[in-house]
Design a protein around this ligand. Structure first.
Ligand code: FE2
Length: 314
């Protein structure tokens, strides 16, 4: 039987809540759903909340919320986890109320990332409105977006997400990026090309999360807002070969990254054939430091007339 599993919500524990509020609203284009003295709930669609941002010292992801279709799907996933000897803990009614979901269970992935399996998310009373996004965020059957999770043992993490949570292989990218070996496995749990990707160990619990918009201009507009807000752009605009996402990468106020994209293709399990790519981008996605060095050195080369190879221009 086909299993559906989507990224439902993300929880972040952040040092600077007011910086996060400004970043989420004015750069990402999210909307405040609710708030307390030391927390913010953020919306990007008809759900009551998609992000729960709480003041705290870790400056990292606090929870990855994986959505399944219903109670039967949740029970089936729990049975698989318990049979594999993975500890599961039922979330309290208070925790379910805070997450705005019907029922949740807590579990850690092999790298220790805190995960929650849930169903039955609350919908908001009011329609979603973004101050900045002119199109809309791609959610629904594709879920909130995707995450690249930290994995201390990638094989073990792949088995956990595929055999126990129900994800399937989309493809792999194995290549060298600016001198760094890259080996990333992309997994889907529904039509979104990938909902979770596994590379290696990251400094934070995720390398990045993705938000996808339905209008290409909204990627450019977000890029402009990020520049104006002096958010650190990490990778320039580019297009990935596997999901065909047109996107850029930048830092959140907590140091892990976000990807903001448009135009990804979807997966149909009936016809999908996993493959391995030998490059991470069709074009673009250059580290800003390298792109900057190239530009500066090209300028020097032009003005000095020395010619020769340009360091970093690969
Ligand atoms: Fe991504």
């Amino acid at each position: 039987m086909q299993r559906n599993v989507r990224l439902g919500y993300l929880g972040f524990e952040v040092r600077d809540l007011s910086a996060w509020e400004a970043f989420a609203v004015d750069v990402l284009g999210l909307d405040i759903g609710d708030r307390g003295d030391d927390w913010l709930a953020l919306r990007c669609d008809d759900w009551a909340q998609r992000f729960l941002v709480t003041q705290g010292p870790s400056d990292d992801v606090a929870v990855l919320g994986w959505e399944v279709d219903d109670e039967a799907a949740l029970d089936a996933a729990l049975a698989r986890l318990r049979a594999a000897g993975v500890e599961t803990t039922r979330g309290s009614d208070e925790e379910a109320r805070l997450r705005r979901v019907e029922r949740l269970f807590k579990v850690r992935d092999p790298a220790g990332n805190p995960c929650e399996l849930f169903f039955g998310a609350d919908r908001a009373a009011a329609p979603f409105h973004s101050r900045h996004v002119r199109s809309s965020f791609v959610t629904g059957a594709q879920g909130l977006g995707h995450v690249v999770v930290s994995a201390s043992d990638p094989d073990q993490s792949r088995r956990f997400y595929c055999d126990l949570l129900g994800f399937r292989l989309s493809d792999r990218i194995v290549c060298d990026v600016y001198g760094h070996p890259v080996d990333i496995t992309f997994l889907h749990g529904g039509p979104r090309h990938h909902t979770v990707a596994i590379g290696g160990r990251q400094r934070k619990r995720i390398h990045h999360f993705l938000l996808e918009v339905t209008g290409m201009d909204d990627v450019g507009l977000a890029y402009d807002r990020a520049l104006r807000a002096r958010v650190r752009i990490v990778l320039t605009l580019g297009r990935h070969p596997n999901d065909r996402m047109f996107s850029f990468y930048a830092k959140t106020p907590s140091g892990f990254e976000f990807e903001y994209g448009w135009g990804a293709r979807t997966v149909d399990d009936a016809t999908w054939m996993p493959t391995t790519y030998d490059h991470i981008s069709e074009w673009g996605h250059h580290p800003v430091a390298v792109a900057g060095a190239t530009t500066t050195e090209k300028t020097n080369e032009r003005t000095s007339g020395t010619g020769g190879a340009v360091r970093g221009d690969r």
